[in-house]
Design a protein around this ligand. Structure first.
Ligand SMILES: Nc1ncnc2c1ncn2[C@@H]1O[C@H](COP(=O)(O)OP(=O)(O)O)[C@@H](O)[C@H]1O
Ligand SMILES: [Mg+2]
Length: 255
């Protein structure tokens, strides 16, 4: 359990013309928390609120007692973030530079930061990767580098936004085991529900509201049943519309 965890107090967020969250209050203190929900339900916005990439329009978010607005500059030492798309995260040409960036930006000398990066790589089965060009790595290897670079700064909380979407099954399982072994708080959004095995808590987001919140064994069956019911309804209406010559995808986007 983290000392203070993450607190959302009356959080409002508008992105573009859309109100994503309105009066969201939550405490996230369990060690393993999952986020599920449709595309557009607010999972990425919630994660980005925790690391200060998005600031609330009203209300406040605190992480281990730090306000994401007032103490934004101190957040990177506490919060690691793994983006859905590796290309949004990776900024350096070599693996060593990428992984050493966190410690360097916290003021560690370059030689020490590089040594710390090499040690972290070695601990995760990537000994000798430091010299490699990131562009020559596979998608799975890039995702591993992203996770290690997020861990390099020694965060207390790791946020993962659909981090395994492009990985094959064996690599996913290896990542899941790696995550399970980490001694820090994890908040992860995923559509792969098996990744929540062993998690303490899952939040189901539906259009910016919490549709269900509890242990995975309670929340995931509700979420799956809802998704199946909607898929069946969609198929039925698709068949009706299809007969009228209007297949799916041509109407207005769902709310
Ligand atoms: N860059 C953006 N500009 C405007 N609206 C956005 C942007 N990103 C997301 N949104 C809107 O915010 C809402 C929540 O999106 P997001 O948090 O990305 O959902 P999820 O991660 O669950 O797919 C959606 O309605 C989406 O359209
Ligand atoms: Mg998202």
């Amino acid at each position: 359990m983290q000392p203070d965890g993450v607190q959302f107090a009356g959080v409002e967020v508008t992105r573009g013309t859309r109100t994503v969250f309105s009066g969201l209050s939550l405490t996230l203190s369990e060690r393993r928390i999952g986020l599920v929900g449709d595309n557009g339900s607010g999972k990425s916005t919630l994660l980005r609120l925790v690391n200060g990439l998005i600031l609330p329009d009203a209300g406040r978010v605190t992480v281990a007692g730090l306000d994401t607005r007032a103490d934004r500059r101190r957040l990177p030492a506490h919060v690691g973030f793994v983006f859905q798309n590796v290309d949004h995260q990776i900024i350096f040409p070599t693996v060593r530079e990428e992984v050493a960036f966190g410690p360097l930006s916290q003021g560690m000398a370059k030689a020490q930061a590089n040594a710390a990066a090499e040690r972290l790589l070695a601990r995760h089965g990537c000994a000798g990767w430091g010299e490699r060009a990131v562009s020559d790595l596979s998608e799975g290897q890039k995702q591993l580098v992203c996770i290690l670079s997020a861990l390099a700064a020694g965060p207390r909380i790791l946020l993962l936004d659909e981090p395994f979407s492009s990985l094959d099954l064996a690599t996913r399982l290896a990542f899941a085991a790696r995550l399970a072994a980490l001694d820090l708080q994890v908040v992860m959004a995923s559509h792969d529900l098996h990744l929540f095995d062993g998690f303490d808590r899952v939040l189901w987001l539906k259009s910016g509201t919490i549709a269900a919140d509890g242990p995975p064994a309670t929340v995931l069956p509700l979420y799956e049943a809802d998704a199946r019911a909607r898929a069946a309804a969609h198929q039925d209406s698709g068949m009706d519309h299809g007969a009228a010559g209007s297949p799916r995808g041509t109407g207005p986007a769902p709310a």
